[in-house]
Design a protein around this ligand. Structure first.
Ligand code: GLN
Length: 192
């Protein structure tokens, strides 16, 4: 598979490395023509305001939105989740507006409050997975056909909707390929 990673800013390399380790081809996505050759896309972590601004400046925002609407399997990690949200708490900004979720940015505190924890994500494995949170958002409201994939205490930290998946945490910063494998296998899109 050709797996795109939106490559303006943030944790691009880590995703490309995991894609390669799973035996797929990673494609850096920076302009419209890159969209033509990909079978899935990852929107990485980073700074959502910066990535969002670059999406607009480069005019990639509309073609990317269109491609995702037409069914391109899409996974947003952290800032990527913010880009996908229909609503961002206390902010006017919105970017791709493709998921029925409201997100709260930097919801676990500042950079120094970043943390790792372990949780079972039922759809992926019966064993606990390592979850890495870096100035992460969480989902404060979920509506319509968006479904919860994982909660941390009472906070929603992973969700899916049709062909789109979003996680507050960063599986690409662990050695574990199970999350990426789950995304690329695509069964999660069928059992809605
Ligand atoms: N705090 C960042 C933002 O709001 C997200 C952090 C991350 O992607 N690791 O955009």
């Amino acid at each position: 598979m050709n797996v795109g990673v939106l490559s303006f800013q943030g944790g691009v390399i880590e995703h490309l490395n995991q894609i390669k380790r799973l035996g797929h081809i990673g494609v850096e996505v920076k302009r419209e023509k890159d969209l033509g050759i990909i079978d899935a896309i990852i929107l990485p972590g980073g700074e959502s305001t910066t990535i969002g601004r670059l999406l607009r400046v480069t005019k990639l925002i509309e073609p990317l939105k269109e491609k995702i609407r037409k069914g391109l399997p899409t996974w947003g990690t952290c800032a990527g989740m913010i880009l996908l949200a229909n609503e961002i708490e206390d902010e006017e900004s919105k970017y791709l507006e493709l998921m029925n979720i409201k997100v709260r940015r930097n919801a676990f505190g500042t950079q120094k409050d970043s943390f790792r924890t372990h949780r079972i994500v039922n759809e992926i494995s019966e064993e606990k997975l390592e979850l890495v949170f870096i100035r992460a958002p969480y989902i404060s409201e979920i509506k319509g056909n968006a479904k919860i994939l994982c909660k941390l205490d009472d906070k929603i930290v992973a969700a899916k909707q049709d062909n789109i998946m979003a996680t507050s945490f960063h599986p690409e910063l662990t050695d574990d390929l199970r999350f990426l494998n789950y995304f690329l296998k695509g069964n999660w899109m069928k059992n809605k």
